[in-house]
Design a protein around this ligand. Structure first.
Ligand code: BG6
Length: 491
């Protein structure tokens, strides 16, 4: 076999978030998180948020795929695929049920002690996302989440508890999932990323589309300070801990070569990607921030010392999610809209889309890798990527499985793009595809939108016996890992 293009210690694996797979939403002392109040939606219907748990309604996170009770079986399957790393988040409200306690909930921590021990048993490197769309709802009720500076202390308390406990077992940490979700005016993103209701809760609950950019950008400032404080704390414990940022990378194209479209695409790239990336990597706001605030009448409140904290608490590596690219125009009002995760733009005439309208663009990943590496020259990791698709469980020779060639095609072309970027000199150190086991979709709340190598018998109405089945892609990814990315063929 040829020598692999991927470095020998390349971290292959998968990524999940507690609220999308654990279930057990009220067990062993866990409090309610913001995600526990989200109902399901679908491709055309946005998810709805309730302020309390309402009887008779179905909340997808409450059982999810019951990983809380089945983590041993799930980790064994990850190990069978040969995972080198597993990225997961820690449910904040399992550790601090309301966020306000002074002492952590031991029972909640014990679950993660066990999960980490199980990963270690198979030599799988744990990678922790400290906050992934699941802050305790009490912090939203008390002071509207990250709008308030008080969140910084609560978050730091939570993060330092984790760092103290796991500093010897966990090398890789991410402070916030997709921190840049708050740089975009998408309603549910404000709730998930910031734990905030914009100004008027009733309007927000009804329309989910009220925006308050002052609030979003101030909340982001609080998150930047919180992240930097935690990075500094981690360094004081052990300089070898790897502290990273996580950006939902928006690879943006202009619809046409009209200079106005090109300029607009550049401006969107700045605010969507570099606003957050620069603060977390360079330790200061980018040059365009002041004018951006002025134009929108945003006034960011800095406290004494904030600038120094940001400067000292920069990250060691840059991670990002990449599912699709996005195309924008400043000249064509009639261009057809593209539906997408948290990025809306217009349809790109050259790209095919998934069943959920997410445009498939492996070359966009290649360009993104170059763009990011040129700007930051830090080790990079793709920590989310994958195809959400409808899978059909079939029976073959007495065994249930899924022929998910479409998923293999998607992943294969994206891994190929990573390979080419590495060949060109980009320092890419790992890849954790999203949802290695089917889980609840963050955007729509569906189970029906599946990403996994492992099928879970669970459906949008809550039915299913939760059995796990290996899909065709399970065996394919196992080969990819065992050949260190050399064999990408779908045999
Ligand atoms: C990312 C999130 O935005 O995309 C994940 O970090 C999410 O939580 C993933 O699940 C895929 O999005 P969706 O809406 O298909 O679940």
């Amino acid at each position: 076999m040829n020598k692999s293009i991927f470095p020998g210690n390349f971290l292959w694996g998968g990524a999940t978030a507690a609220n999308q797979l654990e279930g057990a939403y009220n067990e062993d002392g866990k409090g309610l998180s913001i995600s526990d109040l989200l109902l399901g939606g679908d491709v055309d219907t946005p998810r709805t948020i309730t302020t309390e748990i309402e009887k008779g309604k179905f909340y997808p996170s409450h059982e999810a795929i019951d990983h809380y009770h089945r983590y041993k079986e799930d980790v064994a399957l990850f190990a069978e695929m040969g995972f080198k790393v597993y990225r997961f988040s820690i449910a904040w409200s399992r550790i601090y049920p309301t966020g306000l306690e002074n002492e952590p909930n031991e029972e909640g921590l014990r679950f993660y002690d066990n999960l980490i021990a199980e990963l270690k048993k198979y030599n799988i490197e744990p990678m922790i996302t400290i906050s992934h769309y699941e802050s305790p709802v009490e912090l939203t009720r008390k002071f509207n989440g990250w709008e308030s500076r008080k969140m910084i202390d609560h978050y730091v308390k939570f993060a330092t508890t984790l760092l103290d406990r796991y500093k010897d077992d966990v090398k890789y940490w991410l402070t916030f999932n997709e921190i840049n979700i708050l740089s975009r005016d998408v309603g549910v993103g404000t709730y998930l990323g910031g734990g905030m209701y914009p100004d008027d809760i009733d309007d927000f609950l009804n329309t989910k589309n009220i925006d308050n950019s002052q609030q979003r950008f101030q909340a982001l400032h609080h998150q930047f300070v919180a992240s930097a404080k935690v990075v500094n704390y981690a360094r004081s414990l052990n300089k070898d801990l790897h502290m990273g940022c996580m950006i939902a990378y928006r690879m943006i194209y202009p619809l046409t070569s009209h200079p106005k479209d090109v300029k607009f695409a550049q401006e969107m790239t700045n605010v969507s990607n570099f606003y957050c990336g620069d603060v977390q990597v360079k330790g200061y706001y980018p040059y365009f921030a002041k004018k951006f605030w002025q134009d929108r009448n945003i006034k960011i409140k800095f406290e004494d010392g904030d600038e120094d904290i940001l400067k000292s608490g920069t990250v060691d590596y840059y991670t990002f999610s990449y599912y699709q690219s996005s195309t924008v125009t400043a000249t064509d009002e009639t261009a057809e809209k593209q539906v997408g995760n948290f990025f809306n733009g217009v349809k790109n005439p050259y790209l095919e889309a998934s069943e959920w309208g997410w445009e498939i663009d492996p070359l966009g990943l290649r360009t993104a890798l170059n763009q990011i590496y040129e700007r930051y020259e830090l080790p990079l990791m793709v920590v989310e990527n994958g195809l959400g698709a409808v899978d059909e469980l079939v029976e073959r020779s007495g065994e249930k499985m899924v022929d998910d060639d479409y998923r293999i095609d998607y992943l294969q072309s994206h891994i190929q793009a990573m390979k080419e970027a590495i060949e060109e000199g980009v320092n890419l150190v790992g890849y954790t595809s999203w949802g290695p086991i089917d889980l609840v979709s963050a955007g729509t709340g569906q189970m029906h939108k599946r990403y996994g190598y492992i099928y879970v018998d669970k459906h949008d109405d809550g039915s299913g016996d939760l059995s796990r089945y290996k899909k065709k892609s399970f065996y394919w990814y196992k080969d990819v890992i065992s050949t260190n990315g050399e064999d990408l063929e779908n045999n």
